[in-house]
Design a protein around this ligand. Structure first.
Ligand SMILES: [Zn+2]
Length: 290
C-alpha cells in the first residue's frame, strides 16, 4: 500500500495466472482430515505438512517469504529444500523465467510479485494480529481486516480479479480459530470457558492476545467438545470453499493450508502460540488449479 502504481509495474508474462492462498487459521491437520471436506477432491490431494511457526504472525510472515508449510524431508539440506520450494512458485505463478535472485535482498514474495512480475497483491484477514498496520501489509495493493473474525462467506463475496493482470490473494480465514464458530452462530452460543472467552473478546477489539493465554485446567470433555467444533466448522466451510472455486477465473492456482495447528488438551496444552508440541505444527496442505 505504498503508492506503486499499476503503470509503474512490468507487464505480466502472458502465461501468468491468478493465485489464491487460503489459510485456515489454527486448523490442525487431523481436524481437517476428519472433516474430510469434499473440496479437496476438486483441488488435489491432502498432505500433512508442518508449519514453521506455532502462531499466526510469524507463520504468515514466513508464508509471505515464500515458504509454505514444509514437508520435513529427511536427508535433504535446508538450502536445497528452500531452492526447490522457491522454484515451485515459478510454476504456480505461470512465470517460467522467474528469477529468484530478484527476491534478494528483500526476501518478500509480494514485492517480487508487484515489482518484477507485474501482479496485483491483495489480502483479506480475519485475525487482528494481522491487521493492515502491521509490516505484513507492505507491498500489498489492498489489505483488508474483516469486520468480524469468522465470515469467510463475506470474503468470497468480496473477491475481485483483474482482466489485465493476475492477482495474488491471501485469505486468512478465522472460523477455524477459537471459538470455532460459523458466521451464523450467535456469539451467545459460543462455548463459555472462563478466561478464554474474555481473551477472545479482547482479541476481537484489537488486543494482541490469543487463546493460548487461557488457563490450562479445563476438563478433557470440554476440550474434546472444542475439537469437535473445529471439525464441524471445517465441514461448514466446505460449501463456501466450493463457492470460492466457482468464482475463480479459469486456471487460477489455489493453495489451501493453515498457519499452525491447535492443542486440545494434549500434554496439558490448549490453543497455540507458546507451545512446544508436534500437534501445533501439523497442518493440512492441498494445492490445485481450477
Ligand atoms: Zn493463527
Amino acid at each position: 500500500m505504498d503508492g506503486l502504481s499499476v503503470e509503474q509495474r512490468p507487464l505480466p508474462a502472458p502465461t501468468a495466472r491468478d493465485v489464491v492462498v487460503i489459510v485456515l487459521d489454527s486448523c490442525r491437520f487431523d481436524s481437517f482430515a476428519e472433516a474430510a471436506p469434499s473440496v479437496v477432491r476438486r483441488l488435489g490431494r491432502l498432505e500433512k505438512r508442518y508449519s514453521y511457526a506455532t502462531w499466526t504472525a510469524p507463520s504468515h510472515y514466513n508464508l509471505l517469504m515464500g515458504l509454505l508449510p514444509h514437508e520435513s524431508p529427511r536427508g535433504v539440506h535446508a538450502s536445497t529444500y528452500y531452492s526447490r520450494t522457491f522454484r515451485m512458485w515459478s510454476e504456480r505463478f505461470g512465470v517460467p523465467d522467474m528469477l529468484w535472485t530478484d527476491m534478494v535482498p528483500h526476501l518478500w514474495l509480494p514485492r517480487l510479485l508487484r515489482r518484477e512480475l507485474g501482479f496485483l497483491t491483495r489480502a483479506m484477514v480475519s485475525l487482528p494480529v494481522l491487521n493492515e498496520h502491521t509490516p505484513l501489509s507492505g507491498e500489498f495493493d489492498s489489505w483488508m481486516s474483516m469486520p468480524t473474525h469468522n465470515n469467510f462467506g463475506a470474503m468470497v463475496d468480496a473477491l475481485t480479479f483483474d482482466d489485465a493482470r493476475p492477482t495474488f490473494w491471501l485469505l486468512n480465514v478465522g472460523e477455524t480459530h477459537y471459538p470455532y464458530a460459523p458466521a451464523h452462530e450467535p456469539a451467545s452460543e459460543w462455548p463459555r470457558i472462563h478466561g478464554v472467552h474474555g481473551v477472545f473478546q479482547r482479541l476481537s477489539s484489537g488486543g494482541l492476545v490469543h487463546a493460548s493465554e487461557a488457563p490450562r485446567s479445563f476438563s478433557q470433555d470440554r476440550l474434546d467438545a472444542l475439537r469437535r467444533r473445529q471439525v464441524d466448522v471445517v465441514r461448514h466451510l466446505d460449501p463456501l470453499l466450493h463457492q470460492l472455486l466457482d468464482r475463480l477465473p479459469p486456471g487460477t492456482r489455489v493453495i489451501l493450508t493453515a498457519d499452525h495447528g491447535e492443542l486440545f488438551g494434549e500434554a496439558g496444552f490448549f490453543g497455540h502460540g507458546p507451545i512446544h508440541h508436534e500437534k501445533v505444527l501439523e497442518v493440512p496442505f492441498v494445492e490445485g488449479q481450477v
